[in-house]
Design a protein around this ligand. Sequence first.
Ligand code: HEM
Length: 202
Amino acid sequence: MEEKIYLYPVWVRVWHWLNALLFFLLVFTGLSMQYAAKDSHLIPFNFSVTIHNICGIILVINFLFFAFANRFTWNGKYYKIQLKGYGRDLWKQIKFYSWGIFEKEPHPFPVTKERKFNPLQQLSYVIAMYLLLPLIIITGLGLMFPELTLTVLFGKSGIWLTDLFHQFLGFFLTIFWLIHLYFCTVGKTATSNFKSMIDGWH
Ligand code: HEM
């Protein structure tokens, strides 16, 4: 039997599930604002705006908590990519997910206390948490406080460009989310990763 490892401390789990809930509400209200007519009765436009703004602000606080806690705890170590040999390891992982996994080959990077994420997982988490999320937060704040946003950029409305970029980032984060959900099901069993994120044990 494999040894049990405690990988997800309480703060990671609380941060993660709050982040997931907020993310869901933000995508839902964001899409609703995008497609609903202004006087729609299904989900009133102003209601979506209010929920989107409140969730956005809580997400910023939650993100700052994550960044701060990661900076000062052991968990942050898992997000530091060691460049030496990284390309080779990443390729190994891609090959494993492309065919090794279907041939029942052993996992190239089994989970240990020192290595919680495989190279592909690590890259996707770093991009989502330290690139896409900060950018969507900055553009979101730019839309919430338009007086702080450039009026004109490259001859176009600054607000329009900020909005476009915000939606672009929302799209990419949603793609990340869907891929994330799929990869969470390819653990030891289809539900084992979800259980780990609930009780903390891998
Ligand atoms: C319904 C929504 C979600 C579910 C069910 C879910 C599920 C999970 C599970 C099972 C894990 C643990 C396995 C692993 O480490 O890969 C995990 C980790 C993680 N998820 Fe999610 N996730 C969701 C949404 C999100 C969203 C929206 C983001 C970011 C935008 C996100 C970012 C992360 C990160 C960064 C980790 C690693 C945390 C750490 O251990 O430091 N997740 N997720």
